[in-house]
Design a protein around this ligand. Structure first.
Ligand SMILES: Cc1cc2nc3c(=O)[nH]c(=O)nc-3n(C[C@H](O)[C@H](O)[C@H](O)COP(=O)(O)O)c2cc1C
Length: 310
């Protein structure tokens, strides 16, 4: 018997495969193509306290082995999410993770507070829509000059500490590959009470149009994702899982069951799949099946047998 289940921060997952934030909307569109309850979990589009229009101009660019995006966190805001998307999330039988970004500390704390307050109200009525919060600390701190919170450990500490004080819901902190000291950053998250870390977010990258002699992206740089970043993500997950005792969720370029197994062997408790879903709408469920087949072939009955084996 193969058992794909896992538990992160006390939350039981059917299997270790979640859809990554920003690549799956809030799941509704995908439910027309397959039962998304088969997934281990879903991470919603990155939310900010107030609605955000996102970036002007070109937002996506395909690259060899991946893509770049400059979406700029277009989203309806926390209030609209709670009113319009949570009734749908209530109907799902998969782990539901709200991904939260912010331009200043108060955006994160107020956003997290509202999500938890709303969830507590639902639970009193015997309902539930959100199981976990994932903090995206890669957002620029607009109040203090635009440097992303996720670069310097002490800047990130302020966010994690403040949000942890505000809410008791399971908290995942999503780390940026641009962090100055990645393992120190992950350890800080553990010290400040995060229940898990996920990594990596996209890698800062660029595309130049030689005819116009300009970057194709209005803001100059964009985030690289997909198979091109997988070896880097895998190395970072390996390093971080040796630096912390909380679960590590591996993200970056995963597009096969074998890729998932690599992340598990590097120490991940679970994974998130993003860009692969653009080329194959059913990537999430396909990968679960591929992972199960690989486990049978390799006579692995539970992923704990090989987790962190490398
Ligand atoms: C179009 C697009 C939008 C994204 N939006 C978000 C977001 O809102 N919040 C977030 O934490 N990560 C966001 N990400 C990053 C992904 O969740 C993931 O960390 C990254 O793409 C690496 O995984 P992948 O190679 O499987 O796509 C986005 C990625 C893409 C491609």
């Amino acid at each position: 018997m193969t058992d794909l289940s896992c538990v992160i921060a006390g939350v039981p997952f059917k299997n270790p495969v979640m859809m990554a934030s920003g690549t799956f909307g809030f799941g509704r569109e995908y439910s027309a193509f397959y039962p998304i309850d088969e997934l281990g979990g879903i991470c919603g589009k990155g939310l900010t306290l107030h609605p955000k229009e996102g970036n002007p101009g070109i937002r996506m660019w395909e690259t060899a082995s991946g893509m770049m995006n400059s979406v700029g966190l277009e989203n309806p805001g926390v209030h609209a999410f709670l009113e319009q998307e949570c009734p749908y999330w209530e109907t799902l039988d998969t782990v539901r993770i709200a991904n939260l970004g912010g331009g200043c500390l108060e955006d994160y704390t107020e956003g997290a507070r509202l999500i938890e307050e709303n969830e507590n109200k639902r639970r009193k009525e015997g309902r539930s829509a959100v199981d976990m919060i994932e903090l995206n600390i890669s957002c620029p701190n607009v109040k203090e000059g635009g440097m992303a919170f996720g670069i310097q450990t002490e800047e990130a500490r302020k966010v994690v500490r403040a949000v942890r004080r505000e809410v008791s819901m399971p908290l995942i902190v999503k780390l940026s590959p641009g962090a100055e000291k990645l393992t120190e950053m992950a350890y800080m998250c553990e010290q400040e009470g995060a229940d898990a870390v996920s990594l990596i977010n996209t890698i800062s990258a660029m595309k130049i149009d030689v005819r116009s002699r300009k970057s194709v992206f209005r803001h100059g740089y964009a985030g690289l994702s997909g198979p091109a970043i997988k070896p880097i993500a895998l190395r970072m997950v390996h390093q971080v899982s040796h630096a912390v005792n909380i679960p590590v969720i591996g993200v970056g370029g995963i597009s096969s069951g074998e890729d998932i197994m690599e992340f598990i062997m590097a120490g991940a408790s679970a994974v998130q799949v993003g860009t692969a879903g653009f080329a194959d709408l059913r990537a999430g469920v396909r990968l679960i099946r591929e992972l199960e087949t690989l486990m049978i072939e390799e006579k692995i009955s539970h992923l704990d047998e090989v987790r962190g084996i490398v």
